[in-house]
Design a binder for this molecule. Structure first.
Ligand SMILES: Cc1ncc(COP(=O)(O)O)c(C=O)c1O
Length: 389
């Protein structure tokens, strides 16, 4: 058995003909920068997510940086971020001379909560980066209400949760709405990544920003294109961040399958959860009531300091696993002198010591999952292996 953490090649094989034709079309066209596929992809993603504007860019990290630039924040302004996320969510804040304020996350969903954000708000706070980690939405209605009260911008880091739906509860802000909104379309700007292993992954780097605000859309577009609306007229300091035509062609093909890919991930997650529920010292991922889960990662929590030993044991059985993330961001040396902590970050610390992500991708087979589940069950003392058929 050759179990992989992700299987991009296997996924490609299933759509090989269609993909080869799409890629070859770009190669033959000679339009490698800003070819028609880029605009087609932006429109397709607009339709998919319901966002009014989609602005493709070079990668998810650029998307976050350009989003913060478009908000016109000034040096010293504070931006609230979760202490438990990928470094990119915080990097851009520091690079722009803004102050990241790290706050703790919810131990079950791994995500920011309005209450934790409130702990980090000061007179200097100007924005929140709400990261939808591992495939589930943050509870956005209370976050948007809090942001409105404090006049804060909300940037959604949706790199890991494209396709997840947030169920808007009846609140004063949204009225009696029973509407579902896709993650990335709820805050002022949503950012996403098309890194190959993401739920919608290209065959190289890629990213996008989305917004429902016409003015912000113009700014995002301009900043991503050297600060120009008209060629060689640079109104603001910008950067060069483009989605390659080739990547857009790849993504145009894969976007058609995103719903199927999500279903495959959800099915795999269900098999894991059924097989692993009830084990002492192991928590399966909690699905929150207000969001669908698109399972970018299937992340278990292993208690009593047994995580690293389980990881080692599984590696010996040919099962790859990953620790997302082994250090909470408050302990990363790069943030030591620039970040402020909103309050105690004990949950982020505890998660960094207990989380373990199991193989999760669209090509996982039932046999592979049965093997993984059996090995995990046998690892924990007093647990008998699942009967194999
Ligand atoms: C939560 C989060 N934010 C941002 C990024 C950055 O995306 P990219 O790698 O495309 O720059 C990633 C990707 O790994 C991510 O997981």
């Amino acid at each position: 058995m050759n179990i992989q953490m992700v299987d991009l090649k296997g996924q490609y094989t299933k759509i090989q003909q269609e993909m080869d034709a799409a890629v070859l079309q770009v190669v033959r066209s000679g339009r490698y920068i800003n070819g028609p596929e880029v605009g087609m992809f932006a429109e397709a993603l607009q339709n998919y997510t319901g966002a009014k504007h989609v602005i493709p860019c070079g990668n998810g990290t650029d998307a976050l940086q350009i989003a913060l630039m478009a908000l016109g924040l000034k040096s010293g302004d504070e931006v609230i971020v979760p202490a438990f996320t990928y470094v990119a969510s915080v990097e851009a804040i520091g690079l722009l001379g803004l102050t990241p304020v790290m706050v703790d996350v919810d131990p079950d969903s791994f995500n920011l909560t309005a209450k934790n954000i409130e702990n980090g708000i000061s007179a200097k706070t100007k924005a929140i980066v709400a990261v939808h980690l591992f495939g589930q939405s943050c509870d956005m209605a209370p976050i948007m209400a809090l942001a409105k009260r404090h006049h804060l911008y909300v940037v959604e880091d949706n790199a890991q949760s494209l396709g997840a739906c947030y169920a808007i509860p009846p609140t004063p802000l949204y009225g009696e709405s029973k509407e579902q909104k896709q993650t990335g379309t709820i805050g002022h700007i949503g950012c996403t990544s098309f890194f190959p292993t993401k739920n919608l992954g290209g065959y190289g780097d890629g990213g996008a920003m989305m917004t429902n605000d016409d003015d912000l859309a113009q700014k995002l577009k301009m900043i991503a294109n050297h600060g120009q609306r008209q060629k060689y007229h640079h109104e603001v300091l910008g950067c060069n961040s483009r989605l390659d035509t080739l990547q857009a062609a790849v993504l145009n093909v894969k976007l058609k399958y995103l719903k199927d890919y999500t279903v495959a991930r959800q099915k795999a997650a269900k098999i894991y959860t059924q097989g692993l529920t009830g084990l002492n010292r192991l928590d399966t991922p909690k699905e929150v009531s207000f969001s669908t889960h698109v399972y970018h990662q299937y992340t278990i929590k292993v208690q009593d300091g047994k995580r690293d030993a389980l990881k080692q044991y599984l590696a010996e059985q040919g099962i790859p696993t990953m620790i997302y993330y082994p250090l909470p961001l408050q302990e990363q040396p790069c943030f030591k002198y620039i970040a402020r902590s909103g309050a105690s970050l004990t949950v982020a610390k505890a998660l960094s010591q207990s989380v373990l992500s199991l193989p999760m991708h669209t090509e996982l087979t039932a046999d592979e999952q049965e093997y993984i589940v059996n090995k995990i069950r046998t690892y924990f003392e007093g647990m008998s292996p699942l009967a194999t058929q």
